[in-house]
Write a protein that binds this ligand. Sequence first.
Ligand SMILES: C[S@@+](CC[C@H](N)C(=O)[O-])C[C@H]1O[C@@H](n2cnc3c(N)ncnc32)[C@H](O)[C@@H]1O
Length: 333
Amino acid sequence: MPAVKVPKKDAKRVLEQLKVLGIFDGKRRPLRDEKYVYFPILDKDKAESLGFEVVNLEAPLRPDRQIYKNLEDLLPKDLASKIGRLDIVGDIAIITLPDEVLPRVEEVAKAIKTLYPEVKVIARRGFHEGEFRVRNLEVVWGENRLVTIHKENGVLIKVDLSKVFFNPRMKGERYRIAKLVKDGEKILVPFAGVLPYPLVIAKFRNVEITAVELNPYAVSLGMENIELNKNRLKGKIKLIHGDVFEVLPKLGTFDRVISPTPKGVDALEITLSKAEKFLHYYDFVHEGEIEVFKRRIVEMCRELGKDCNVKVKKVSDYKPHIYKVCADIEIKQ
Ligand SMILES: C[S@@+](CC[C@H](N)C(=O)[O-])C[C@H]1O[C@@H](n2cnc3c(N)ncnc32)[C@H](O)[C@@H]1O
């Protein structure tokens, strides 16, 4: 098959050119020797007419998962348009799948496996329910289980999605917070779940973290997760099983508090009262109400005798016009 032969020093520039011209064959891997790079192409005549040196060679095909980036690339339009977003937790794929599409689950499974060969279970998504914010999930393909070990930010997180809350999309946010933390800090994480925030922070920083969680299954998995990661963590994690509103009044104060607040719960006052330097407070806010939310925090700071800088950041979409936000609150010293 045809390939454009380019001296190594020009490879990046020529690759861009070939892509713009629409003749780069992205399904095949480029080859290299000591002096040259060989880019597989789709149109020999066009390349030659533009003055490129074209040779013939066997460039291997890339695996499908490197060619196709999402389900829309792999499924017929009528099917792709009916299925919702895909999340991967360990070896479980979570997807929104209406009843009418259920008979075509094998087709969906094949596409998911192309992108994520590790997937062994497909579960269809319902809503988060109850005070423990557990998502309603139904296994529709593969092994009948919702327990898995998820890898994120260099830690292992064991979850049982039938019993605990876990959101893989918060990976970047957890990393952002971990990077703000300094060695030596004392940190409080209320509403800690199976400990994704504490684990990621303790992975990168030598800190003392106190986590509080009410769901007994999350607490038990959290303890397993501390054990599972014990050789990866620089920091220490202490996990308290209990209600944030009962436990926090008995605790002292912390340099930093991180509150992944469950939807519908107002924990601003109690978490702010425990923070000496920083509070990262998550909530769900209508886009038109972000300033009101910010003013409420400033007001609460004043009531608690604190002088605060407040920045509110949109973290993710929740519903049309409603965002999950994080208020980064710095308490001036
Ligand atoms: C939105 S989830 C966040 C979990 C975890 N931090 C994460 O990011 O995956 C909220 C968590 O708070 C827990 N929770 C709800 N009410 C609580 C309370 N009053 N005291 C302690 N934990 C509570 C739920 O069980 C759930 O695990």
